[in-house]
Design a protein around this ligand. Sequence first.
Ligand SMILES: NC(=O)c1ccc[n+]([C@@H]2O[C@H](COP(=O)([O-])OP(=O)(O)OC[C@H]3O[C@@H](n4cnc5c(N)ncnc54)[C@H](O)[C@@H]3O)[C@@H](O)[C@H]2O)c1
Length: 323
Amino acid sequence: MTDSKPALRPARVGVIGAGNVGSTLARRILELDLADVVLLDVIPGRTQGLALDLNQAQAILGGNVQVIGTESYQDLNHVDLIVITAGFPRKPGMSREDLLKINGELVQSITLKALAQAPQACLIVVTNPLDVMTHLAWQVSGLPKPRVMGMGGVLDSARFARFTATALGISARDIRAMVLGAHGDLMVPLPQYTTVHGIPLTALLPAAEIQALVARTRNGGAEIVNLLKSGSAYFAPAAATAEMIAAILGDQQRIMPASVVLAGEYGIADICMGVPIKLGAAGVSQILELNLSDDQQTALQASAASIGENIALLRNILEPEMV
Ligand SMILES: NC(=O)c1ccc[n+]([C@@H]2O[C@H](COP(=O)([O-])OP(=O)(O)OC[C@H]3O[C@@H](n4cnc5c(N)ncnc54)[C@H](O)[C@@H]3O)[C@@H](O)[C@H]2O)c1
């Protein structure tokens, strides 16, 4: 008996940068059987070696997707989604401007080369400083706003959920946390929109305890960096990015925070910053505007001002016509 239906091609995701985050993301995508992964890095042989290892793991784990390792952008031909994880961390003695320049030049050139191969793709930026790099990628890509986003809020919300679950002695599965604003010290965790199976956190913990959780969440990345001594978090960042990829490839219309181009939402325009979005196959189909307290609105404006300053700084560093 023959099946008349044409075989469906698995979705294909390009992951650029095969360091800690990129390689862990490839593994996560395989574990979820989400899509074939084209893993690209500049280090010769690295992605081919990782691909062999990951595909051999897949033979044990099961699933139908695979990883293709490459240094060539041509292999990104017609991928459905591009994820940029290439980037360098700030090293001792390096200024904020130095990091902006190094990662800015990288994100600029990667975006142009990747989009030339897959002009219809959605773009997820992971490289830090996240909101500034997402804005840069959007500007150089020429893509419509809904198809460009940065991963920050899903990770920050997961950290808030984890700390909250521990404080309450419950499963993190029952927590839906919401963190907006810049992906960094100036993020704005929202306790009234963080719920335990529908119950607002504000009804479950005293304000002082919530403030301690908020402070730990703001410091969540640095806490890990200090313990690791070299490098930064990658398991949770990879899981968070995979969550966004699944929402897009599965047209799930999930609600989650992500860094997107704002055009007046929350009174903020012309920058990228973390806000709640609806995410599906066409990318960002909606930006949700929540009622915030005066303090939270002020904190969000401070986030936006800091991102705006860094975007202006990057504009002076890079070729003016590119930013
Ligand atoms: N948004 C977030 O929440 C979040 C979380 C974790 C890490 N990050 C950021 O993600 C980036 C990567 O972190 P990591 O821990 O994987 O770093 P890493 O140093 O382990 O990996 C970076 C990789 O990028 C590669 N690379 C450098 N230049 C490249 C280029 N031109 N093309 C392709 N690949 C290139 C390197 O060879 C390396 O393999 C950093 O900027 C980090 O700050 C963001």
